[in-house]
Structure formats: structure tokens, C-alpha cells
Design a protein around this ligand. Structure first.
Ligand code: MUC
Ligand code: MG
Length: 382
């Protein structure tokens, strides 16, 4: 039986978009982002777009732009074409049956389905996700140029422009004492005008974290993201129990609702960084958030440095979440030299404003998709 929402066709492509400056993380430096963009067409004539971005190919976790494209073209699209788009849980189940794991790839497809269905109904996506409770969220910026002077310049400018007053520093690439010195210099330079957080991206072992995190707290850091390896739940647990003056946030460790449940049971984090890609879509992001809320764990609106498409989709699901939140970091569009939407989400008084139009409230520029298409640019994997 053909419904109003039958999926007619799906197409995916990799874009390559340079960043405005090198972005340095514990595992390497990136100078371009390579989001995979999915477009889905329904038989009713509606179309929707989805996105999944990784950072540094497959160096943030197992998935890469190339693996995402492959999974979509060879397994996920064939499992869904001819099926019903509006039964999102059903679509997720079909994708799970066709393909284990591959959360990023599934998230891009689910995002496109939600966009297409919401556009058919002329509703913003948040209406299909439980209704919004936030119209805006405080927006962090990441200082990751690797250079103190440049970081401070960026921070001062963004404070002046009233764009950001939460700054996250990416550490873990250098010796821990050098990271402490770098963070302390930034903290002194900002003289209490900003909230400071760090993301170690799994770089430290438990003993290094127990030794150096108190020094970062002393310097003024209040939120510490993924200080130890993804598997090191014991260290996350001991830090959560003993570190005074700052909160421990899980990122790479919390992907599935089962990961969330395990961390809640182990009391191994104060906050979860939520990311649509690693949870496998908007619906599953809500499931992870539900575990957080039930366990009195806070949430943070994380990013994989998506364009305005993935960032707007993330903003829609984050806008529906109750419980304690610590703002968001959907600043990807600002780190890229250009975007794929006609109009970016506004930032007012240090907060990202939810775009309220149909779907995710952003209009894709087909010309920009063409311009950054990897196949057209003749580029290869990172
Ligand atoms: C991460 O691990 O959180 C988010 C912001 C940023 O600068 O890098 C990412 C990845
Ligand atoms: Mg992180």
C-alpha cells in the first residue's frame, strides 16, 4: 500500500568544505570538513535533507565520510525505498536489520526522512519530536587554533560581538603540563568574563587525568569533556566521584541508550554530550536524553561540526529536551568558510536561535551543494 509518505528515491554525496583556520584536537588538526548530505524524495513531491559529519575522516570514531556514503548507497537506501517515511521507528528498525552499527549513516537518513515528512505537513520538525521547550540555547565556541594569542583574540572578538561567552578548549595533543599552562594563560587573559570548558578527546589515562584535572579546575575550568579513553569507565567514575569544582562530561563513551544506562548505573558522569550523529538520529538522541533526565544527569548540545543543516536539525531536537542543560556548541557553520543554506541561524545575546520554518527551518542551496561536491571538485579522502 502506498501512503502519503512513501519514499521514492534517496541520494547521498560527500562535500568538502574548508575551515576558516586549522582546528586542532588531541588526535590531529583538520582544515576541512567532509559532511555527507542525503536527499530523500517522497512520492508526494516533498523532499528532505539530512547530514552526517565526522571529524578527521575516521579518527573521531569508526565511521568516515566514505563509510557513511557506502552504507547509505548500498544498504540503507535499498532498505527504505518504497517504504513509509513517516514511521520513523519503523524506518530505524529496517535500517538496523539491513546494517549493524553505522549510527552516523543512519542519522543522516533519519534526518532527511523527518525533514521531508515535516515539510509535507508544513510543520517545524520540533512538532514531530515532542514539542519545543527552548527557543534558544547558550552557544559555546571552541578555541582550538593551538596558539594562545590567536585563541585570546578570537575569544575577545566573540565576547564583544555577544556571540559567545562559553569557550571550550581542545587539549590532549601536548604534554599535560603544557595544556595546563595554555588553559591558565587563556583563563587569565579572559579575566572571569567567560565560562571555560575543556575537551581532552580521550587523550589521557586515568592517572594523568587524576593528576592534572584539579590544576585545570584551579585555573577556572568548570566542565571537563571525555578526559579518558572511550572504554575507561572506571576512570570516569572515579573522577566523577572525586573531582571538586567541575563537572565530568561523557562524549565518546555515550553513544547508545545502553551506554547512557551503563554510565548512569555506574555514576560515571555528571553530564552527557548529546550528538545526533553518534546516537543514530534525532529519535535516539531523545532516548539518550531520557536516560540522562531520569538519572539526574545534565545534557549538553554537542556538535560534529556540521553545516547549518545538521546544526539546525540538532537544534530542533535539543529544543525539545527538558532536564538540566549546559547550553550547546552548534557553531559548526561559523568554523566553515561557507555554508549550504540560504540563511544561517541567528545568534542573539550569546544564544543560538531555533529556526522555526517547516522541516528544520533552513533552506538548502542546491548551487552550494554542487560547489562543494567532492566528486565535482575532484578531491579524495582526507
Ligand atoms: C568533540 O569531540 O566534541 C566538537 C567541537 C569541536 O571543536 O570538536 C568537536 C568534537
Ligand atoms: Mg567531545
Amino acid at each position: 500500500m502506498h501512503s502519503r509518505f512513501t519514499i521514492e528515491r534517496m541520494q547521498a554525496r560527500i562535500l568538502d568544505i574548508p575551515t576558516i583556520r586549522p582546528h586542532k584536537l588531541s588526535f590531529g588538526s583538520i582544515s576541512r570538513q567532509s559532511p555527507v548530505i542525503v536527499q530523500v524524495w517522497l512520492t508526494n513531491g516533498a523532499t528532505g535533507f539530512g547530514e552526517a559529519a565526522t571529524i578527521g575522516g575516521p579518527s573521531w570514531n569508526e565511521e568516515s565520510p566514505e563509510s557513511i556514503l557506502h552504507a547509505i548507497e548500498h544498504y540503507l537506501a535499498p532498505a527504505l525505498v518504497g517504504q513509509e517515511a513517516s514511521g520513523f521507528e519503523g524506518a530505524l528498525a529496517r535500517m538496523d536489520k539491513a546494517c549493524k552499527g553505522n549510527a552516523f549513516a543512519k542519522s543522516a537518513v533519519e534526518m532527511a526522512l523527518i525533514d521531508a515528512v515535516a515539510r509535507t505537513l508544513e510543520l517545524p520538525a520540533w512538532q514531530l519530536l515532542g514539542g519545543k521547550v527552548h527557543q534558544s540555547l547558550p552557544l559555546a565556541w571552541t578555541l582550538a587554533s593551538g596558539d594562545v594569542e590567536r585563541d585570546l583574540q578570537e575569544a575577545h572578538l566573540r565576547l564583544e560581538q555577544k556571540r559567545h561567552h562559553i569557550f571550550k578548549m581542545k587539549i590532549g595533543a601536548r604534554a599535560p603540563q603544557d595544556d595546563v599552562a595554555h588553559v591558565s594563560q587563556i583563563a587569565r587573559g579572559l579575566q572571569g568574563k567567560a565560562t571555560l570548558t575543556v575537551d581532552v578527546n580521550q587523550a589521557w589515562d586515568g592517572n594523568t587525568a587524576r593528576r592534572y584535572l584539579p590544576q585545570l579546575v584551579e585555573a577556572g575550568v568548570t566542565l571537563i569533556e571525555q578526559p579518558v579513553a572511550q572504554w575507561n569507565v572506571e576512570a570516569l567514575k572515579s573522577l566523577t566521584a572525586t573531582l571538586d569544582g567541575a563537572l565530568i562530561m561523557a562524549d565518546e563513551t555515550v553513544c547508545t541508550p545502553q551506554d547512557a544506562m551503563m554510565l548512569a548505573r555506574e555514576k560515571a558522569s555528571h553530564v552527557f554530550s548529546l550528538k545526533v550523529a553518534k546516537h543514530g538520529g534525532l529519535i535516539r538522541t531523545r532516548k539518550v536524553a531520557a536516560v540522562a533526565e531520569a538519572a539526574d544527569i545534565g545534557w549538553y548540545g554537542g556538535t560534529m561540526l556540521e553545516t547549518s543543516l545538521g546544526s539546525a536539525a540538532s537544534a530542533h531536537v535539543f529544543s525539545t529536551l527538558g532536564g538540566q542543560h549546559h547550553g550547546c556548541e552548534l557553531f559548526g557553520p561559523q568554523l566553515l568558510v561557507d555554508d549550504i543554506v540560504e540563511k544561517q541561524m541567528p545568534i542573539v545575546d550569546y544564544a543560538l536561535q531555533l529556526p522555526d520554518g517547516p522541516g528544520f527551518g533552513v533552506e538548502i542551496s542546491l548551487a552550494q551543494l554542487e560547489r562543494f561536491d567532492r566528486a565535482r571538485q575532484g578531491l579524495t579522502a582526507v
